[in-house]
Write a protein that binds this ligand. Structure first.
Ligand SMILES: Cc1ncc(COP(=O)(O)O)c(C=O)c1O
Length: 380
């Protein structure tokens, strides 16, 4: 018998989340927004841990898929995805360009080295590109005072039939928590791209879900938003839950109790005895630990559901097990179902907060040893 832990991925929940985001984009808050943006569904890191196959099936109505691993891009094509695919970091070495050419991949161009590699390439047909501007993230992209030169080189590549189109893109550092910084980045973007034709792509989930933010950005050929985390049913905002945003959890990490014990008042539980029972306490041991991807830094009090009842983690998370307080669930026995996060349990964001991290990290970190079940349809 395998250990009783599993991660269930819901294709309908993923599809629901895309629909929720798309519906919001169709209701612009300010009238300057003329055309509804197109959506790159971001599926990097194997669809934020949900798997490329489920993501491709769930996001079949997206306008494009965005990722950064060439192998994942090829896999999308092999799974039948015929629409645009954006490589968020572009290509890394000259031989990658043959893959972009063969599989019709759209590239980000964010540095001079990439422009040089593209200039020397022989392609069977022009590829699409987005030229990335660094408006303040200080990660990838041309500095504002270099952007026009990079864009001019890209236009030269259009003339040489290496590129079919050149869009403009940037990435926000604080769209989730600081409107002022985002506004400054938008101002830099507007100024640096003034008068340059092409489509525009600026918004991650937080920006996509901030009404009207993407409007009026020198987007002669329309906009492409790039939501990631919200499609997986987690919130990009610390102060607004995924449920409030109308999102559904797409990943459920579940297990069972494999041991139940009564711990005397004053006795410690688990490594380091960082939890000591204040009174006689029933404690359940769950088959889930940090080697499964559950965060070791989750603190006593982190929410968890046992037999449908919300309770809390106690003590330090071990490699393969963790302990929960069974006082709110007095009848729970060995075999009782446990939801660590997802449907029927706490949200991944709640667990992440209790562990000092973000939902992104938890979903991406579920270990390969955890068996995955893919729900293709809603359960009755
Ligand atoms: C360039 C780029 N665009 C879009 C996204 C999606 O961001 P989020 O998952 O916050 O929506 C990311 C994620 O890190 C990214 O790096």
């Amino acid at each position: 018998m395998p250990r009783p832990i599993s991660a269930t991925i819901s294709v309908p929940a993923l599809a629901h989340n895309l629909k929720t985001v798309t519906a919001q984009l169709a209701r612009p808050a300010i009238p300057v927004a003329r055309v509804c943006p197109r959506v790159w569904a971001v599926i990097k890191a194997r669809g934020y841990g949900h798997g490329i196959g489920p993501a491709v099936r769930a996001f079949s109505r997206a306008d494009g898929l965005a990722m950064l691993d060439l192998e994942e891009a090829v896999q999308c094509r092999e799974l039948g995805w015929a629409g645009p695919i954006l490589l968020l970091e572009g290509f890394f070495e000259p031989r990658d360009l043959a893959v972009l050419d063969e599989y019709r991949l759209t590239t980000t161009l964010h540095n001079t080295e990439q422009l040089d590699m593209l200039s020397a390439a022989r392609l069977s047909r022009p590829i699409d590109a987005f030229i990335k501007l660094d408006t303040g993230m200080s990660r990838l992209g041309f500095a504002p005072d270099r952007f026009r030169d990079a864009y001019a080189r890209a236009m030269g590549f259009v003339d040489r039939k290496l590129l079919a189109s050149a869009g403009k893109m940037t990435h926000f550092a604080r769209a989730d928590d600081d409107a002022q910084t985002t506004q400054q980045q938008l101002d830099v973007f507007r100024q640096a791209t003034q008068g340059l034709p092409g489509s525009v792509s600026v918004c991650n989930s937080a920006a996509t879900l901030t009404p009207g933010l993407w409007a009026g950005l020198n987007d002669t050929d329309g906009q492409w938003v790039r939501p990631g985390i919200c499609l997986y049913g987690a919130s990009p905002f610390a102060a607004r839950s995924a449920a409030e945003l109308g999102l559904q959890p797409a990943m459920t990490l579940a297990s069972r109790l494999i041991s139940v014990r009564t711990v005397a008042a004053g006795s410690g539980v688990g490594y380091g005895h960082i939890f000591t029972a204040p009174k006689t306490t029933r404690v359940g041991i769950v088959a889930c630990g940090y080697a499964d991807g559950y965060p070791r830094h989750a603190v006593t009090g982190t929410p968890v559901t046992v037999g449908g009842v919300r309770t809390r983690l106690v003590g330090r998370v071990s490699m393969d097990m963790l302990a929960v307080d069974l006082d709110p669930v007095p009848h729970a026995e060995v075999g009782a179902p446990v939801v660590l996060w997802g449907e029927g349990g706490p949200s991944v964001d709640e667990v992440a907060t209790a562990a000092g991290t973000i939902g992104y990290e938890l979903m991406c970190a579920v270990a390969p040893r955890v068996p995955k079940t893919i729900l293709e349809e809603r359960q009755a």
